[in-house]
Design a binder for this molecule. Structure first.
Ligand code: SF4
Ligand code: SF4
Length: 145
């Protein structure tokens, strides 16, 4: 009984995170498309492996493709980056890819909608809290006697 309840809680939290992530992506989308396409030093070319444990847990529980595995890749930059941009669907990206807003992107968002960054940060904070909640619920479920 408890395990079933735990599973229900976990899957509800996964689906809430997915909904909030969609909203966060939508809030940024137009601005990212406008600003990042012009960027001379894209952040994705300056990073490498970004998935952490909470990302992997969320991806596993939401039954996404196992693309988070560490591989030996020697080329510079994130290995999910192609000439067309990120090859991961937005909800499969490491959370930091949603939270990172460079100064240019922030400026553009402020210019278009002064309240947008605060709204986005609020949403990202909630997602961060739900990711911690998911972690706790998952452990509770696993540690049930
Ligand atoms: S977020 Fe900023 S640094 Fe990254 S690609 Fe867009 S404009 Fe460039
Ligand atoms: S996962 Fe995608 S968005 Fe994140 S750094 Fe890599 S290419 Fe960029």
């Amino acid at each position: 009984m408890c395990v079933v309840m735990g599973t229900v809680m976990v899957s509800e939290t996964v689906s809430k995170i997915e909904d909030f992530l969609s909203e966060a992506v939508d809030l940024q989308k137009d601005h990212v498309e406008r600003v990042c396409v012009e960027c001379e030093a894209p952040c994705c070319t300056r990073v490498h492996y970004l998935f952490n444990e909470k990302d992997v847990l969320f991806l596993k529980l939401s039954e996404r493709k196992r693309r988070w595995r560490r591989e030996i890749v020697t080329r510079k930059g994130c290995w999910f980056l192609s000439e067309q941009g990120c090859t991961l669907d937005p909800k499969s990206r490491p959370f930091i890819c949603h939270t990172y807003l460079c100064d240019d992107l922030k400026m553009e968002m402020k210019r278009c909608d002064p309240g947008l960054i605060a709204l986005l940060e609020k949403k990202l904070k909630v997602i961060g809290e739900m990711r911690s909640q998911l972690w706790a619920e998952y452990l509770d479920e696993k540690l049930q006697p």
